[in-house]
Design a protein around this ligand. Structure first.
Ligand SMILES: C[S@@+](CC[C@H](N)C(=O)[O-])C[C@H]1O[C@@H](n2cnc3c(N)ncnc32)[C@H](O)[C@@H]1O
Length: 357
């Protein structure tokens, strides 16, 4: 699709439409909760008008940046319009039907309501929870089928635009390997979930060899349905703990990790960074995207606090105060950069070559 003023207008309209739909959904579902399960209503702080304006303007800055990256050819404009619209529309009623069980878990402070056939020895202890009060945690097809739509609603339609922020730093750093065939580049998406980030990366790097890992088989099954049904290059999907990847050392040129860190205890965060360092070849790049933090976005502290109160996110408070730059340095990474886009912070770091010493 050529980028024309008309297509830019179409993109802005789409984003505004998604934002209105997301806000309306949240408003209505909160009203319903107040009516039907008043004990489940979380005590949130009021958002001052100033913060609302700040949120609105950083959301339009995100859309602008997304559009500009597409115009610069970092990824195709088509990606900006791409989503499984029909699938989401058909699943939307399920999002509503799922709400009462979410309220009930919240009322009972039940955060360990997982499917009966869950085999605990397959997962780290911190994982066996209903993050964001999700029905079945990450451990069922039902959860995997609703996840993308729920995240899209949570972020008012900006989830993919935030995920795409990893692409520019990734492609920039991969220039280091520009003497190699594009098809020889190996890129891993750690904790890929249902594969939305891999979908964006494949749009930008159609010849690269892509792998996604995650602890949830159900999420990987959903990723397989989205990613491997068409004629594009196949994506490999492997069930693995991000702290212990079943991949050879020095075997990848790039690794990405989106929206995982806020769901990990600090020690696991460090283990994932160390593991990414191990599997990357010298010169390779790690790009992490996750929630903004208190140090770089103090103006959003009320929004961060409310997020923690509304959703079961047991490690979020620790994460927003964590020093990821230091963790990256401790693992041995160099050339660390970080930037914020709306509610997402993106870090890029390079594994040094022996000549960098
Ligand atoms: C919030 S979701 C993010 C998924 C995806 N990256 C995205 O952008 O939507 C967190 C994902 O991390 C996975 N996860 C959590 N802890 C993990 C671990 N230690 N190893 C591998 N995957 C993990 C979960 O199964 C889930 O799919």
């Amino acid at each position: 699709m050529a980028s024309t003023p008309l297509s830019k207008f179409a993109y802005q309209t789409l984003q505004q439409g998604k934002s209105i739909a997301g806000l309306a959904h949240k408003e209505l579902s909160t009203k319903l909760m107040e009516l039907m399960a008043p004990d489940a209503v979380p005590k949130t702080e009021a958002i001052p008008a100033e913060l609302l304006n700040e949120l609105r303007s950083s959301m339009s800055a995100l859309s602008e940046c997304d559009w500009e990256d597409a115009e610069r050819g970092i990824y195709p404009t088509e990606l900006l319009f791409d989503a499984p619209w029909l699938d989401w529309a058909s699943r939307y009623p399920q999002v509503w039907f799922d709400l009462p069980s979410t309220w009930s878990r919240r009322q009972q402070r039940n955060v360990r309501d997982l499917p009966d056939d869950t085999e605990p020895s397959l997962y780290p202890e911190y994982y066996l929870q209903n993050f964001h009060h999700q029905t079945d945690g990450y451990l069922s097809d039902h959860s995997a089928e609703l996840y993308d739509l729920q995240v899209e609603i949570l972020f008012n339609g900006t989830a993919d635009a935030m995920r795409r922020r990893v692409i520019a730093p990734l492609k920039r750093a991969l220039r280091h390997f520009s003497d190699r065939a594009p098809s020889s580049l190996r890129i891993l998406d750690i904790a890929t979930g249902t594969g939305r980030t891999l979908h964006q990366i494949r749009g930008a790097l159609p010849h690269a060899e892509l792998t996604g890992t995650d602890l949830s088989e159900a999420y990987l099954r959903q990723a397989n349905r989205w990613l491997n049904a068409g004629k594009q290059r196949l994506v490999q999907l492997v069930r693995a703990n991000a702290e212990q990847l079943p991949l050879a050392s020095n075997s990848l040129q790039g690794a990405t990790c989106v929206f995982l860190f806020h769901e990990l205890p600090g020690e696991a965060r460090q283990n994932v960074i160390n593991e990414a360092w191990r599997v990357l070849e010298p010169g390779g790049v790690l790009v992490i995207a996750d929630s903004v933090q208190l140090a770089d976005s103090p103006q959003f502290s009320t929004a961060m606090e409310n997020f923690r109160r509304v959703f079961h996110e047991p490690y979020y408070r620790d994460y927003i105060a964590d020093d990821i730059d230091t963790r990256l340095k401790d693992a041995g990474f160099i050339g660390i950069t970080a930037e914020s886009h709306f509610m997402t912070r993106v870090w890029s770091a390079r594994k040094p070559e022996p000549t960098d010493a």
